[in-house]
Design a protein around this ligand. Structure first.
Ligand SMILES: N[C@H](CCC[C@H](N)C(=O)O)C(=O)O
Length: 283
């Protein structure tokens, strides 16, 4: 059965968006997920994003994220901005609430066209990342002592000063993604501080490899760099595909972690129909 899809990207991190609310016939299998993400045998994207009706009144819709290797991710910041834009156009509003595995994410479309998503509070305990055994997530016993946290998905961030060598993310990234310390694997960020409120970031993504941008990775990088004293809580993050503004706000109450607000672009590219059989009149 043909499946309608929408191609979108957030700072070059690209997505195939399937809205199943109006095509319930589409049955998603790991094989179909991998095929749709494949840049040679399918449509091609960094993640497949699946929309369903919300289960409750707080959210406007439910969103699930899948990597090209078929694994499901609890968060995807760039896709969350894209879905917020998609739904805002459909509903004619500038505020959208997404229901994700990481929780309820309020989003707003700004006057400049950029999208702001409240990505929630980072989870800083080893059990939340998760890690394989108890340890301080502020400086893991790994090369370059990265800090780790969860934004609904696992992240470790290696932070470097303005000068000096940095390992190749394409070489060290997959080694750390699959390290035994990460029972659910991890996204690995390589951050170079330009100033306390500005960093350059590349992310080796779990299940996807090196991408042009990683929204949850940018949130985790600012949290992790701020925890290590290298970055301010509000920081511009320059990624290969553009610029994201991250603001890890102060908590409302003592003993809690503040929410991380991510602001950045969301772009609609094209819509199409995917069918694995030739149309009848393909003359
Ligand atoms: N590969 C990630 C999901 C996509 C995250 C990224 N595209 C973003 O914008 O946050 C994971 O398995 O946790």
């Amino acid at each position: 059965m043909p499946i309608e899809f929408h191609k979108m990207h957030g700072a070059g991190n690209d997505f195939v968006v399937l809205d199943l609310r109006n095509q319930p016939h589409a049955s998603l299998t790991p094989g179909l997920i991998t095929k749709l993400c494949d840049r040679h045998r399918g449509i091609g994207c960094d993640q497949l994003v699946v929309l369903n009706a919300a289960r409750g009144s707080e959210a406007d819709l439910a969103v699930a994220f899948f990597n090209p290797d078929g694994s499901e991710a609890g968060a995807c910041g760039n896709a969350s901005r894209c879905v917020a834009l998609f739904e805002s156009k459909r509903m004619g509003t500038d505020r959208v609430a997404l229901q994700t595995m990481a929780g309820l994410l309020p989003a707003s479309i700004n006057e400049d066209g950029r999208v702001t998503v409240d990505m929630g509070a980072p989870r800083l305990d080893w059990t939340d990342v998760p890690l394989a055994h108890p340890c301080d997530t502020l400086a893991l016993d790994l090369p370059h002592r990265p800090a780790a946290c969860s934004m609904g998905n696992p992240h470790a961030t290696l932070v470097f000063g303005p000068e000096g060598d940095m390992p190749d993310p394409a070489a060290l990234g997959p080694v750390l993604e699959h390290h035994a310390l990460f029972p659910e694997r991890a996204n690995i960020g390589f951050a170079r501080m330009i100033a306390p409120d500005c960093m350059r970031l590349r992310v080796w993504e779990r299940g996807a490899g090196l991408t042009l941008a990683c929204g949850s990775g940018a949130c985790a990088a600012v949290v992790n760099a701020a925890r290590q004293g290298h970055a301010a809580r509000a920081c511009t993050v320059e990624v290969d595909g553009g610029v994201l503004d991250i603001d890890w706000r102060m908590p409302d109450r003592p003993g809690e972690e503040g929410h991380v607000f991510m602001t950045g672009p969301a772009t609609f590219v094209f819509s199409g129909v995917f069918s694995d059989s030739l149309p009848e009149d393909h003359s």
